[in-house]
Write a protein that binds this ligand. Structure first.
Ligand code: ADP
Ligand code: MG
Length: 373
């Protein structure tokens, strides 16, 4: 196993389109790194450059102590699992698993032992004599995983491997893959993983760290908690978390009693915010998570007055949508604390919890409310 290091890696496609703009990323040995971002942000391009399936237009890729820029995929010590499984349709599962080792001319008994071990780990023993077309989606994905695992690669690459599965199966495969990663780590055979997804739930639950991408740039690399608590910019803040963080233009006046102004309404927030926000005054983007926006009676001190536009009853909680001028907000309220007399069109107070307020630069989107540390 080995660490992976991308240094100023760029990609310009043949048609002149620059898909990747000089990215730097270090994945430690045994680390589970997730690349996440909206469709088209260059996750697959980045992964395919690591794999050697796509040339690199600039920069260096290191796997372990080797620069692999000019190595063919087969020499890079990687194994890749794709969304569409890419199993050989005419081969039974057993041969699909063992084929890579056969190509490497490993002795027969070793191949058999490896096939048995991997099929045990992934619980696919009963599938060994089937053809891919006789497998369900989840079974086929386990075989695809087995085919990567059996190679004992330096680095595992996954490109949206669960996207074709239904929600329930996706959830169980998620756990299966992270369990396997933990198990390999515990056995002293840590697996370095780069896992691409556009699904923030996969990213947050699977990654040791997460690399959030946008338009071929890295927006932030951090562990799940840091991404959620201290997003580096408004893009990450809006991308991570459900429902999305409320992000609206506001005016901030710092001081002992800092003031936030929104559509002519001014509220005072607790002093701690001024401590976290140095040298900022004027136009900002206010960010507050729906879970951290209190709904209070209209007219309550230091709450914005808003009109309810929609109520979504989710079972254990209620999503309350409300509008202040043309700014839309969502607040999540635990069902047992929801006031059932509230209706669409009613006025309520919205009170951001001071310690959870984020402020972003109105132009660059950079988070200006994180204490520098
Ligand atoms: P993602 O996997 O994040 O959805 P991709 O890496 O597939 O994104 O694509 C990144 C960008 O590069 C997109 O704008 C896509 O249209 C473009 N792109 C991908 N492949 C090619 C190609 N072969 N030629 C030109 N542009 C490409
Ligand atoms: Mg992709």
């Amino acid at each position: 196993m080995a660490e992976l290091h991308l240094k100023s890696v760029e990609k310009t496609y043949g048609n002149g389109f620059k898909a990747v703009h000089g990215i730097d990323l270090e994945v430690a040995e045994g680390e589970f790194m997730v690349l996440v971002g909206p469709s088209g942000c260059a996750k697959s391009t980045t992964l395919r450059m690591i794999a050697g399936l796509e040339t690199i237009s600039g920069g260096e890729i290191h796997i372990g102590d080797k620069i692999v820029n000019d190595l063919v995929p087969g020499k890079r010590g990687i194994a890749m699992v794709f969304q569409n499984y890419a199993l050989y349709p005419h081969m039974k599962v057993r041969r699909n698993l063992s084929f890579g080792l056969k190509l490497k001319r490993q002795p027969k008994d070793q191949i058999e032992a490896a096939t048995n071990e991997v099929s045990g780990v992934l619980q696919i023993e009963e599938l060994l004599d089937r053809l891919p077309k006789q497998l369900s989606g989840g079974q086929a994905q386990r075989v695809a995983l087995g085919r990567a695992l059996i190679k004992a690669p330096e680095v595992f690459l996954f490109d949206e491997p669960l996207s074709n599965l239904d929600a329930k199966l996706r959830a169980s495969m998620r756990v299966r893959i992270t369990d396997l990663h933990k198990r390999l780590r515990a056995e002293g055979r840590p697996a370095t993983v780069v896992y691409v997804t556009h699904d923030q739930v996969e990213a947050m639950t699977m990654g040791d760290r997460i690399c959030v991408m946008k338009d071929g740039h890295i927006m932030q690399v951090a562990d799940p908690e840091t991404l959620y608590e201290r997003p580096a910019n408004a893009f990450v803040a809006g991308f991570i978390g459900m429902p999305e963080m409320n992000l609206v233009p506001a005016v901030f006046t710092p001081g002992d009693a800092p003031v936030l102004e929104l559509h002519g309404q001014r509220i005072t927030v607790d002093h701690g915010l001024s401590e976290r926000v140095k040298n900022v005054t004027g136009n900002v983007t206010l960010g507050i998570r729906p879970q951290q926006l209190q709904v209070v009676k209209s007219g309550t001190d230091n709450a914005f007055t808003a009109e309810i536009t929609n109520l979504e009853f989710m079972g254990h909680e209620v999503n309350l949508h409300a509008r202040i001028g043309d700014a839309d907000f969502v607040a999540v309220i635990p069902s047992e604390r929801f006031d059932n007399t509230l209706n669409r069109g009613d006025q309520v107070g919205l009170k951001p919890i001071g310690s959870h307020i984020h402020l972003f630069d109105a132009d660059s989107g950079a988070n200006i409310s994180i204490a520098s540390n």
